[in-house]
Design a protein around this ligand. Structure first.
Ligand code: ZN
Length: 161
């Protein structure tokens, strides 16, 4: 017996930054600020991330490239790992990510790569709460409540059996 199933993911979409709630708008602005310091001399694709912690701290990150392309790291993981390293017991509540190229802010929404999605899933497992994800863009901004909406069927700590 085979069953065809349909699974749903949920996203809120915005056309204007002004329509987001204040905390999310501020987080996007911090992510944009962080993108200014990205080290992306090879791709010229400047990514910024801002993580909101439960204690109100905002941790910024940006992409860090390397001449040996495989040794770079994404903005989201730079921010998340720094947050874990500095405040290991404080939950992550939200993460905003933005990206710009030589033409400016991308149309969006900025999408975390597969590895960052996996780290987001781990972070949610670690603190036992979903992370609100705010994906910036000039044309469309997307807000997702939880990484399950970005990475369904994820490999989680429980997957180890
Ligand atoms: Zn990534």
């Amino acid at each position: 017996m085979m069953h065809k199933r349909t699974y749903q993911i949920f996203a809120d979409e915005y056309e204007n930054l002004a329509d987001l709630m204040e905390v999310d708008r501020q987080l996007i602005l911090k992510a944009r600020e962080a993108s200014e310091n990205a080290y992306a001399p090879y791709s010229k694709f400047l990514v910024g991330a801002a993580v909101l912690l439960a204690n109100g701290e905002i941790i910024k990150g940006n992409n860090q490239e390397n001449a040996d392309f495989t040794d770079g790291l994404c903005a989201e993981r730079v921010a998340l790992f720094y947050a874990h390293a500095t405040y290991p017991n404080i939950a992550v509540e939200a993460l905003a990510v933005t990206a710009k190229n030589s033409n400016g802010l991308i149309a969006g929404p900025a999408q975390p790569c597969g590895s960052c999605r996996q780290v987001l899933v781990e972070t949610e497992s670690r603190y036992k709460q979903p992370i609100r994800l705010i994906l910036d863009g000039a044309v469309k901004i997307m807000v997702l409540n939880g990484a399950d909406n970005l990475l369904p069927f994820a490999f989680k700590p429980g997957s180890l059996g």
